[in-house]
Design a binder for this molecule. Sequence first.
Ligand code: GDP
Length: 384
Amino acid sequence: EGSVVICAGCGAPLQSEMPEAPGYVPASAFDRDKPVCRRCFRIRHYGEFVPVAVSPDAYRQAVAGIARHPGLVLYVLDVFDLSGSMVPGLAELVGTSPVWAVVNKVDLLPAEVRPDALARWVRRLVEERGVRCDGVWFVSGRTGFGMDSLLSALDERREDRVYAVGMANVGKSTLLNRLIRAGRAEPVLTESRMPGTTLGVVEMAGTLPSGRAVSFVDTPGLMHGGRVIDRLCADCLKRAVPSARLRPRVYQLNPRQTLWIAGFARFDFVAGERQPIVVWVSNDLVVHRTKLERADTIGEERYEEVLQVPCPDCRARLGELRPLVVGAGRHRGGGRTRMDVPVPRQGCDVVLAGLGWITLFGRDLAGRLFVPEGIQVTVRERMI
Ligand code: GDP
């Protein structure tokens, strides 16, 4: 009738158009007497943490509660998109609460990855943004890996409130649901709606291995639009986001050869000594080696047949491929050329945010890496 109906659980305006947005209720499930959104329905009836994404403003309001009622903060990160998992302004929001980085989805990591190198990198990313990192944990909400250690470690602490924060899609809900179910069959819901906000934080009672009671507090997931996953259609996402443990793709590359990483990126090996290059991306993406002089043809005329993704719509959203200058050995720079990616003697991983990474071993090389503007490139210590 044109009037807005509000969810009795979280206060979000009810709507039936956008399943991922707050207040969604399928039109068929709309109950006139007790109107609640699907998310609140599932929280009430199944005792489940259900993901919800919110705007930056609503986010700040919801998370502000952490500074008022300190507790231990589990900062959930997607191992496959660590820089995209960083919550902007978190330092200010958590106040004095201790923060543990909980690196999720490690089931996707190749076995070769060195945990110590990865932990150092995670700590650096977190602390660079002013958040003191009091611990790093590796877990998989999907397989349950690392959950026992995490629960025991929580048990040794004194905090009785455990917050989970993280960007949308890092797997926060999956993880929290495992944590609340670890201790007992029936989690007790104590939903606390924050006054003045549309979406409340959700709190559930849990039990630690020793029998000690804690409250697990979920906070909304933030979307920032800067990540690859925020810009791809469902079909492209399915292929670009890994669903199984990454299989290394090793190339002995000669100068004047190019690697296309599906249509997302292209690495031109312009000059230098023959060397191995390892590509770590979703197993469902094509990595295509070709001669440098053939590379353009593949990218233009044979795109759909060979490279396949991203689709034309997603390509348009990601933007044109831009070249970065890569140099190692005597091509490392120091001279006139500005190096976008100077490769140190011991080699490095060139991380393509949200897509994966390329391992270079530091041998003599001059090259170009083409990536869309929308994919951030960072250099880190080699993980293998
Ligand atoms: P939230 O938005 O942070 O609450 O994330 P969800 O818990 O809804 O999970 C987001 C996506 O990541 C879903 O497609 C999950 O299936 C997937 N996911 C969650 N945990 C894991 C994990 O440990 N490993 C893998 N491979 N995928 C996961």
